[in-house]
Design a protein around this ligand. Structure first.
Ligand code: HEM
Length: 472
């Protein structure tokens, strides 16, 4: 009897091509055995391939992790075991009130760059030196992957807020071009529409309130933006730009979420500072009237001539940045800084904004005080100079201060809406101050503190302010 193993070629093709012969009584059984054998060998081969791939993936991950541990341990920081990191972090933040408080203490002890383990796989590197900050913010182009995923989950696909710089670059460029070009030049429409809308709302509320005999109106500062955003002013303009392209939902929601919250928080902070400093309000009023006497309609060119107003906006942004940290990461490459420290790929790089923007060594003893005049250097007589003359950024002559002023970030992932937001906010405040005095509603807690709320730093409790119509 012919053995089926010996007679037939041991390949699937061979078996399939082999013509059936009646001489082979056990052919069918033989074929069945062959197929079983063949299937089990193929399955084994696939399992081996899967095992080798998974093992090599795990080895690669492990190697990356070991590299992170080794390189992380070379960066100055508290002696800590990555596996005990979380409990140490919680204890540190708890005893010092916040992560910023904890980082302040670590920088004090370990210098301008410190590392902190958040978990065995998450290394945080905080940079406080202004020159190193600039270098880091230019070199590290990506953001923490979580940001991209969180945005993706909440708002759908977006090309504006993803972690990889390669993916965000094109959209950033076109948005910046649009916002600083068409949107800024074509019309001062948006800030002006917002102003008109807000003034209308203030007047409506005043109308209701004044049915009695009081010439005042009360307003929560954040309410100011409600009309502007719910009326869809900003939305309309952006939709026109984005709707025809891909990802309108993710991009528009992302912009609304970030842009509106950050803008509302800054407006609220400026109003709070103004009520706390009535003498500043009067100076601003004089500045506004001086410019308004020469112009028919207030636009962003006029607003840029109001140096004290622009300084007030910037000083408020300095004392209350949108968030406590600027955050970066380099997904693929290590970041070598000129100080000799190397931040490994995947590490979370942060700038503790409140520490840098309120550092006594940079800003002087009054660093935590509200003083818009600090924006006019002693050498510069700010009269006669315009905001634009300073390159659109605050009026610092000292490079250290310039580098330490980061409310809109810096470098490759800096805020695209900086100019748009600052001019819009300044126009709004100018129109409000021209028509109203802003005062605290008497009898309330008038000592708000910066607190994280809705992913953004805000002065809380939000003060109740009263708008008192100026007699013309
Ligand atoms: C007062 C208002 C605003 C503040 C304080 C603010 C602040 C910031 C900050 C701190 C960042 C991160 C920058 C960095 O990591 O270096 C940022 C990013 C960004 N901002 Fe703003 N922003 C404001 C308004 C706006 C507005 C109105 C828009 C656009 C409509 C806008 C668009 C963006 C975009 C697209 C990014 C992401 C950039 C990226 O990830 O590549 N922002 N903003």
């Amino acid at each position: 009897m012919e053995s089926c193993d010996a007679a037939h070629p041991y390949t699937l093709i061979g078996v399939l091509l082999r013509p059936p012969t009646s001489a082979h009584a056990g052919a069918a059984a033989c074929r069945g055995r062959f197929f079983r054998d063949y299937t089990s060998r193929a399955t084994n081969a696939l399992l081996w391939i899967a095992l080798i791939s998974v093992t090599s993936l795990l080895f690669r991950r492990l190697a990356r992790l070991v590299r992170l541990w080794v390189q992380g341990s070379r960066i100055p920081g508290p002696p800590s075991n990555p596996f005990l990191a979380r409990s140490k972090l919680i204890a540190g933040c708890g005893s010092l009130g916040s992560l910023t408080g904890y980082l302040a203490e670590l920088h004090e002890t370990y210098g301008p760059i410190v590392r902190l383990w958040l978990s065995p796989t998450q290394l945080l590197v905080s940079v406080k030196d202004t020159m190193l900050i600039k270098e880091m913010l230019i070199k590290a182009e990506d953001k923490l992957p979580l940001t991209g995923r969180a945005f993706h989950l909440a708002f759908g696909r977006s090309s504006l807020f993803v972690s990889s710089f390669d993916k965000v670059r094109k959209r950033r460029e076109s948005l910046a071009e649009y916002m600083n070009g068409k949107l800024a030049v074509g019309a001062n429409n948006i800030p002006l529409k917002v102003v008109e809308c807000v003034m209308g709302r203030v007047d409506t509320i005043m109308g209701k309130e004044n049915k009695g005999n009081e010439k005042k109106t009360r307003l929560d500062a954040p309410v100011l933006l409600d009309n502007a955003t719910s009326g869809g002013l900003f939305q309309e303009e952006m939709e026109e730009y984005l709707i025809s392209k891909e990802e309108p939902c993710g991009n528009i929601l992302g912009l609304m979420f970030h842009g509106c919250l950050a803008t509302a928080s800054l407006i609220s902070s400026i109003l709070t500072r103004l009520v706390l400093h009535p003498e500043l309000q009067e100076k601003l009023y004089s500045e506004i009237i001086e410019v308004r006497e020469k112009t028919y309609k207030l636009d962003s060119d006029d607003v840029q001539k109001m140096n004290l107003l622009m300084a007030t906006v910037h000083e408020s942004a300095r004392l209350l940045p949108a968030g406590p940290l600027l955050q970066r990461c380099s997904l693929k490459h290590d970041i070598c800084l000129s100080s000799g420290v190397t931040a490994p790929a995947g590490a979370i790089l942060v700038v503790p904004l409140q520490l840098v923007q309120m550092d006594n060594a940079i800003w002087g003893k009054d660093a935590s005080q509200f003083n818009p005049c600090r924006f006019f250097s002693e050498a510069t007589n700010h009269k006669g100079k315009e905001y634009e003359d300073f390159g659109g950024s605050p009026f610092f002559s000292e490079p250290k201060k310039k580098a330490a002023f980061l409310p809109f970030g810096y470098g490759t992932r800096a805020c695209v809406g900086e100019k748009f937001a600052t001019l819009g906010i300044a126009t709004l405040i100018a129109s409000l101050l021209q028509n109203y005095e802003i005062r605290f509603q008497p009898g309330l807690d008038n000592d708000p503190k910066p607190i994280m709320n809705d992913c953004i730093l805000q002065l809380l409790p939000s003060p109740k302010v009263v708008f008192v119509k100026r007699s013309k």
